[in-house]
Design a protein. Structure first.
Length: 296
């Protein structure tokens, strides 16, 4: 989001129905189901205050004073409230979702003394939403298998996120922790920096991040399945790994650890300069380069 863009929340009213229903239709897709609201019924509910009550709340998202999306919060009369956010496509990729999550947390934790957790879900392939949760201090807690039913009837999984009152009181949602957000990014081994015969170019690493903790899964060449887990502090990732090797039909399990330093390339992509050591004494150095997302 540009530095001069203003993100603001205000209560939904019946005057919002026209753009709200249009956004619901046009902003839905593979990762979000439309509500299919009836305009008259929705306007009546808003006039009656059904979306400004002790149990649920509806927010209009404004960017520079223009309607840009909505946030619906339900379950406010209990300890766990759930959120659903929709941002218009033209406003995505600007940090709007992160700011909406932060402002929602500030308002409801301050006004609802009983509230202990704010929760939300993101489609397993909706990486921008996952990154917004992560940037706003929400932590990934669960994977709900086949919980999302698409318009085509196919099922997909969702990731569950939550911000607790303890997180909020500590200001975790505004922390802007030092370091990089690798969640949902893919890296490919493009360079064998140490000319190590054990390094396989083309191996693809896919990252999941939860705060400073990272998990990456990878495969390529003789590595049929691999996983590493570590902690990212600033630009340094320290990790342990385990992977399966298939060498001429012989199966082996390799373990070890390493350190990767993150830096930005001249073309804007991230790269990881990775030095690793196996528990069997092998070691090597490689460069992992961020792979550009393919056009949808």
């Amino acid at each position: 989001m540009s530095d001069d863009a203003e993100v603001r929340l205000r209560m939904l009213t019946s005057d919002d129905v026209e753009w709200l229903t249009k956004l619901d239709r046009e902003g839905s897709g593979a990762y979000a189901r439309p509500h299919g609201w009836n305009e008259e019924k929705l306007a009546a509910e808003l006039d009656e205050g059904l979306w400004a009550s002790g149990s649920q709340w509806g927010w209009a998202v404004l960017v520079d004073g223009k309607p840009a999306g909505y946030m619906l919060v339900t379950g406010l009369d209990g300890q766990d409230a759930s959120m659903e956010m929709r941002i218009a496509p033209v406003f995505r990729g600007r940090g709007v979702g992160r700011e909406v999550l932060r402002q929602t947390a500030d308002h409801h934790f301050a006004s609802c003394g009983n509230l202990e957790r704010l929760t939300g879900r993101a489609h397993e392939q909706n990486v921008p939403m996952q990154r917004a949760f992560n940037a706003a201090g929400f932590r990934m807690e669960a994977r709900y298998r086949e919980s999302f039913v698409g318009n085509d009837g196919n099922r997909a999984s969702e990731w569950g996120y939550a911000l607790t009152r303890t997180d909020w009181e500590a200001g975790r949602h505004h922390a802007d922790e030092d370091g990089y957000d690798l969640h949902g990014l893919a890296f490919v081994v493009e360079e064998n920096a140490g000319q190590d015969p054990h390094v396989i170019q083309g191996t693809i690493y896919k990252f999941l991040q939860e705060g400073r903790r990272l998990i990456a899964r990878y495969a390529g060449g003789q590595v049929t399945e691999g996983e590493l887990a570590g902690v990212l502090v600033g630009d340094l990732l320290t990790y342990r790994f385990v992977h399966d090797l298939d060498r001429r039909g012989e199966h082996k399990v390799a373990t070890g650890g390493g350190r990767s330093r993150l830096q930005r390339r001249g073309d804007g992509r991230l790269e990881l300069v990775n030095e690793w050591s196996g528990d069997d004494g092998r070691h090597g150095k490689q460069v992992l380069v961020e792979r550009r997302a393919e056009p949808s």
